[in-house]
Design a protein around this ligand. Structure first.
Ligand code: GLC
Length: 585
């Protein structure tokens, strides 16, 4: 076992994957990896308090290895008041007691590495928690002092200074500025928070901020992590002078210009871009990532940076993954594409072209902790802007059976594509969005900041069902669960599906095994002609993949059946189904 250690830092390495030997450029693990997102709060609760924790995750790791993934990405487990599910960090170098201790993290990482799974942690650099000592010190510091310059404090407008410094809105609703109170009780300056008021934005023009984050990166790299998912990687630099900006009506809550995510407009182009807001996708972010890349490259093994960047068009997003910047970026254009043949082909073509133009692999993703789960989203019957979520009073309620069917087909298509794929915990069980959560259980700041107008993201964060007949479906030994699990979730439980032919879990396991066997992640695709507009038919190596997004059954070519998302009847592929075949020679 190798121990990595950077110069001048304490030797606090956890285990390091044995495969930390230089890889031939172009064949690095992350180029084809399937990376599984764990949302620690909702994965597995060992302590019994109803909130998932690191020991719980460690205890379930063998199940993830059995699924056939390559890496685990953990959403934040750092010290935090949990006002935004841990994306409000109060200490970047410690574990929140809710989730355990640094030793629990070390044990988790050792266990993951022993199982051959790499570990990616979440880095939240755009903002900290308002509880962070850096912000508390900034608040206590004098106006205009270096202490204040860590964050974006500004005077208000108007004679009383009671008008916010500009007109920006928070992603979670309401204004992006909050006014402070001086020690003598008088009203003070305002600070910027693109998200909740408990998440003040750093001033990344300040070298002090850059230095702190270099230390944070080293802290976790020295502990052997294999990489970072970088939160809001499009937001850290704001336009000079913080000018006013009014977002176009359809630009989505992340302002990323996800154009027509539900495909309600027949001819909209994936590449159409909204104007760049002064707080997103500013050119200045790139020098930060170049700096981080150099830092990561000091470490042995292929450590990675993954951008959560809601940037449109994709050609611009590709700038985040140039050879000297990050390794990967989430493909939200793919996530936002409706289940329609022409759009799927177009977004796949564009992704492969754009990412390969900068030497990066394309990534693919259908679900995460911020969006309506794809087993529901793909069968919504009305528009639902990203981040708004669905609840009991939302129009266009999803059709559950259709949703699951489409989700299985869409996942089977995604896992056949070259590049790297991201899975979100529970999608391998076919979990739907939970729509009927009691209002009083909701915790997403979006819900509070919009006075319940937007349901937000709690519906995709409900704790996982592991055992059909156990209390809290095996999530927690005491039956506690921070969000209530639907009573009818037993059929989704892992133990209802493992070893059951045709279950969603077995579909994922088979897809991942075949993907590895035929090296599909390192492959390339060609479209197969003659199937009609609504059929996505492609060849990746020896594997033929046919996905039927239309309403008409499709006759299949001769070949050995490898996988099907729905049972085939007489060699016919029904609507909303995907099949993998080995071409007959
Ligand atoms: C990212 C996270 C999201 C969080 C936000 C603010 O978009 O994925 O969950 O609320 O950043 O940190």
């Amino acid at each position: 076992m190798t121990i990595t250690q950077s110069e001048g830092t304490a030797a606090v390495a956890n285990s390091v994957l044995p495969a930390r030997i230089p890889t031939v450029p172009g064949t690095e693990w992350w180029r084809s990896a399937v990376i599984y997102q764990v949302y620690p709060r909702s994965f597995a609760d060992a302590s019994g308090d109803g909130i998932g924790d690191l020991q719980g995750i460690t205890s379930r790791l063998p199940h993830l290895a059995q699924l056939g993934i390559d890496a685990v990405w953990l959403s934040p487990f750092f010290t935090s008041p949990q006002r935004d599910g841990g994306y409000d960090v109060a200490d970047y170098c410690d574990v929140d007691p809710l989730f355990g201790t640094l030793d629990d993290f070390a044990a988790f990482e050792d266990a993951a590495h022993e199982l051959g799974l790499r570990v990616i942690v979440d880095l939240v650099p755009n903002h900290s928690s308002s509880d962070h000592v850096w912000f508390q010190e900034a608040l206590a510091a004098a106006e205009g002092s270096p202490g204040r310059a860590r964050y974006l404090f500004r005077d208000g407008k108007g004679p009383e200074g009671n008008i916010p410094p500009n007109n920006w809105d928070s992603v979670f609703g309401g204004p992006a500025w909050t006014r402070t109170t001086n020690p003598d009780g008088s009203a003070g300056q305002w600070y910027l928070h693109l998200f909740d008021s408990s998440q003040p934005d750093f001033d990344w023009q300040n070298p002090w901020v850059r230095e702190q984050f270099r230390a944070v990166l080293r802290f976790w790299l020295d502990r052997g992590v294999d990489g970072f998912r970088v939160d809001v990687a499009h937001g850290m630099i704001k336009a000079e002078g913080l000018p006013d900006y009014t977002a176009p009506a359809d630009s989505g809550s992340m302002g990323g210009g996800q154009v027509d995510p539900l495909g309600l407009e027949p001819e909209v182009q994936v590449t159409e871009a909204a104007p760049t807001p002064p707080y997103w996708a500013q050119d200045g972010v790139h020098e930060i990532y170049r700096d981080w890349r150099e830092l990561l490259d000091e470490y042995s093994g292929d450590r990675v940076l993954v951008a959560e960047a809601w940037v449109d068009p994709m050609a611009k997003l590709a700038q985040w993954v140039r050879p000297d910047e990050m390794h990967q970026a989430f493909n939200f254009a793919y996530l936002g594409t409706t289940w329609t043949g022409p759009r799927m082909r177009r977004v796949i073509d564009e992704s492969l072209e754009v990412f390969s133009s900068v030497g990066a692999p394309s990534t693919w993703v259908l679900s995460n902790h911020d969006v309506v789960r794809h087993a529901s989203r793909l069968a919504l019957t009305a528009e639902n802007p990203q981040g708004h979520g669905i609840g009991p009073a939302s129009p266009g309620q999803p059709l559950p059976e259709l949703g699951l069917r489409r989700a299985r087909a869409a996942s089977a298509l995604m896992l056949a594509l070259p590049g790297s794929a991201y899975l979100y915990q529970g999608e391998e069980l076919g979990l739907p969005e939970v729509i009927n959560l009691p209002d009083e259980s909701r915790l997403d700041p979006t819900w509070f900041r919009t006075n319940g107008e937007r349901y937000g993201r709690d519906g995709c964060r409900v704790p996982l069902p592991w055992e059909a007949n156990a209390t809290a479906f095996g999530f927690s030994p005491t039956g506690e669960s921070w969000l209530p699990q639907p009573a009818d979730w037993a059929p989704f439980a892992r133990d209802s599906q493992i070893g059951v032919a045709g279950s969603t879990l077995e579909l994922y396991r088979l897809a991942l095994a075949l993907r590895a066997e035929y090296q599909l992640g390192f492959g390339s695709i060609g479209w197969l002609p003659g199937y009609g507009e609504e059929v996505v038919a492609l060849q990746n190596g020896p594997v033929t993949v046919i996905a039927n997004t239309g309403t008409v059954p499709v006759e299949l070519p001769v070949g050995e059946l490898l996988l099907c998302s729905e049972e085939l009847v007489g060699g016919i592929l029904s609507p909303d189904a995907t099949v993998w075949l080995l071409a007959a020679h």
